[in-house]
Design a protein around this ligand. Sequence first.
Ligand code: AP5
Length: 197
Amino acid sequence: MFNLILFGPPGSGKGTQSEKLIKKYHLNHLSTGDLLRSEIYNKTPLGLEAKSLMDKGHLVPDEVVIGMISSALEANPKSQGFLFDGFPRTSAQAEALDKLLQLKKTNVAIMLALEVSEDELVRRLLKRGETSGRHDDINDTVIRERILEYHRKTSPVAEHYKKTGKVVKVAGIGSVDEIFASLCKEIDKKIAGQNHN
Ligand code: AP5
């Protein structure tokens, strides 16, 4: 089983690259943002609670997203591996993920961290907001709040995985295909190293 975390601030290209990576490496895509938006779309109680937080650019409570990830792992017992996109986003989520994977006798192989300047993030998200219908993309203040939440609560998650040497930084600027090639290079290196051991 090969599990990877695609990490980076809002707008860094996690969703875009995930779509390509899951096809190439036959992974299950677990995006907590997508799971939450599906709850909102279906007007579930969880979705209604999450919507007000997401519209302000704030994180939803840890127990909500950990529960969603736990169910998704259970629902895919035969998976060859998972790509986590937008999760874990707090240290508590990272610890919970480690435990959930331990129960499955596996772990996180690598965290690929996309690096993009703040001006570029805001530019991309405002542009997407013109057509996406995502409430958290339409205004500059909410976008900046999402980026602040990232610095406050999510950046420390990289420190958690740095301790075990799992973090690899990848430039997130350039064409989608160029960035994809850089990500694949790092994944292939990791897989080759695992097979060698
Ligand atoms: P989530 O859905 O995870 O959103 P996000 O992290 O803010 O990320 P985005 O989807 O906006 O960006 P991305 O990095 O995936 O980039 P993308 O490929 O889309 O979370 C939304 C909210 O849900 C959170 O704010 C929070 O409230 C809640 N939430 C989710 N997970 C949570 C958790 N674990 N804990 C607590 N709360 C949680 O690209 C962005 C745009 O850029 C697109 O238009 C794309 O076409 C464009 N683009 C991509 N690559 C390039 C490129 N190379 N050049 C130019 N443009 C590009």
